[in-house]
Design a protein around this ligand. Sequence first.
Ligand code: SAH
Length: 350
Amino acid sequence: MSNDFKNLVDGIRKSKNISKEELYRIFSCNEEEKEYLFSVARSVSDNIFHKEIYLRGLIEFTNYCRNDCYYCGIRCSNKNVERYRLSKEEILECCNIGEKLGFKTFVLQGGEDFSYSDDDMCDIISEIRKNHKECAITLSIGERTRESYKRFFDAGANRYLLRHETANSEHYNKLHPDNLSLENRKRCLYDLKEIGYQVGCGIMVGSPFQTIDNIYEDIEFMKELKPHMIGIGPFISHKDTPFKDEEDGSVDRTLLILSILRIIFPRVLLPATTALGTKDPLGREKGILAGANVLMPNLSPGDVRKKYMLYDGKICTGEEAAECIRCLQTRVEKIGYHVAFVRGDHPDFI
Ligand code: SAH
């Protein structure tokens, strides 16, 4: 391998910075260079997380959505979706099952479904908080007002996932209808941070019209926001969306971006996503070996999993939560890592 590439990667590690030219260079690297990049990302990650992989139990509690994002399978104009909502009791039951399995973080994710009012959400959050005092509660329910975010936080929520999807507003407008804006998405992220949440942003790799320059802008935006978590996975087309004929994002490029993010943001919480595992049967393992340190197994009740189809072919829609955990534990151990049954807060929050 050329010294140039080695110096380039070592330079990124030292400066925690990457230029546009360096990003282009990394996207054209050969197998040997890729292995070097991944090994550096791994050593950064292992130094901080000591080969521990954190688990988040994902509860997909509603697939109703008021939005019509062009990429998403549960967009409101998709009439082929069988819609569902989980009741407060059903959500609490998921958490009880999760706690017995060793989860210390619950992620409530859903479409933007305002039939759960702020009062309803606060009621659900505070009830989970009461029953599971030591657990972290993560929300991923899209854009709401700053006041709503504050109320959820005061009710006991600790973390919020809201992918920015792309930091370029022209690109943003090619992925979303006119009523949605990058400006508001960013406003939400900054509000969430100010309120005191651990905040996650993120992108789909290879979303339609995405350029390398866009990815560079995403990294610049992340440097400004300083998120605690970054969720990235390949774009995967869904048959009932305007992007049904668009090409999927690549696993290779996703892994390269994961490793760059690990090197630039050493302490960030970085999941190896279900989308990565969907595009490649060993995608999540490869993600961990490129610097990821979080897995988000599904805790949703078996009968709703197939209805929360953001993209075609989503894995783990047949198994029960207990099976998912066993399967992931075996996979993680096989590559020399282990699942840690801890909350897994960002180091700044410990
Ligand atoms: N309504 C919430 C949750 C959205 S689903 C919100 O607005 O944040 C979580 C993430 O799934 C999205 O942010 C998006 O990045 C990803 N996603 C949606 N459709 C996808 C697709 N077709 N392929 C890959 N990822 C997708």
